[in-house]
Design a protein. Structure first.
Length: 278
């Protein structure tokens, strides 16, 4: 393992495959007793999770339990909130991303994010994809990068003849795939998705879910979703979060998705996934 000039450890990626696949397990991201507070309010507490390379992990739980707060901690997006404070450790290939020597901008390049509502820039489709790469000083062939990113986002065949048109002219589902292409273009290792289909119709939602399955061959994916059917369909592992009496979110159960949905170990989990609360 070697450290780059920004203090982030670079480790070889794990071997893509199914949950059942044998061989050494490697983790792209890990939290150890992580707590996040906003001022005097503790939003989540003592979160310990391990995210396997090239697997899809879903975070589920009722509104307000801190799913998005947890997700934003993985690429230091909470830093943008002045009152936020993170305790514990968040490890990216074994290196704590909250060490003073680590550049949060570099963290966000390696750990990309796709938001709940598609948010393309008011620029051309081409410039939407190229923007992040340009900002990060990409020196390669930009045309090739744009095409490759759009292909990986399953959008190239729909837009290859209108790259100069505004990204805002696309449908909602296409806009979300454009945002995924924009994330891919900066060559992250992990992609975070915060309810990426909640604003989309069922057909567009299914297309995004199919795309996520394709993307896990190249990336580790962590997705927040309120849709338990989506978590069951699209993820390899699922973490169920809920709130304590102090309103701080915590992890109730973390297991392979098939196991958690068919044989939950905790009654709290069973009550949530069967609709008894939440």
């Amino acid at each position: 393992m070697a450290a780059d000039d920004r203090g982030i450890v670079i480790a070889p990626a794990g071997v893509p495959g199914s949950v059942e696949e044998t061989g050494p397990v490697t983790h792209a991201m890990e939290t150890v007793d992580m707590s996040v507070s906003y001022g005097s309010f503790r939003a989540v507490k003592n979160v310990s999770l391990q995210f396997r390379d090239h697997q899809i992990t879903a975070l589920i739980g009722p509104s307000g339990c801190g799913k998005s707060t947890v997700l934003r901690a993985f690429n230091r997006m909470n830093d943008l909130i002045p009152t936020s404070r993170v305790e514990g450790r968040v490890l990216f290939h074994g290196a704590d991303i909250y060490e003073e020597s680590v550049d949060p901008v570099e963290v966000r390049r390696r750990v990309g994010m796709v938001f709940q509502k598609p948010n393309p820039f008011p620029k051309s489709i081409y410039d939407n994809v190229a923007w992040g790469a340009k900002v990060n000083g990409y020196k390669g062939n930009m045309d090739d990068l744009v095409e490759q990113s759009l292909r990986q986002a399953a959008l190239w065949d729909e837009v290859d003849d209108k790259l100069d048109q505004s990204g805002l002219s696309l449908s909602g589902g296409q806009q979300q795939r454009l945002c995924i292409a924009r994330t891919i273009a900066v060559k992250p290792e992990i992609i975070l998705m915060d309810e990426p289909t909640s604003a989309l119709d069922p057909i567009a939602t299914l297309r995004i879910e199919e795309l996520i399955q394709e993307l896990k061959q190249r990336y580790t994916i962590i997705i927040v979703t309120h849709n338990m059917q989506q978590a069951a369909r699209a993820s390899d592992f699922t973490a169920f979060l809920n709130m304590d009496q102090d309103r701080a979110g915590r992890v109730i159960e973390f297991e392979a998705t098939a196991e958690l949905f068919t044989r939950p170990a905790k009654k709290e989990t069973e009550d949530y996934i069967t609709g008894r609360f939440g």
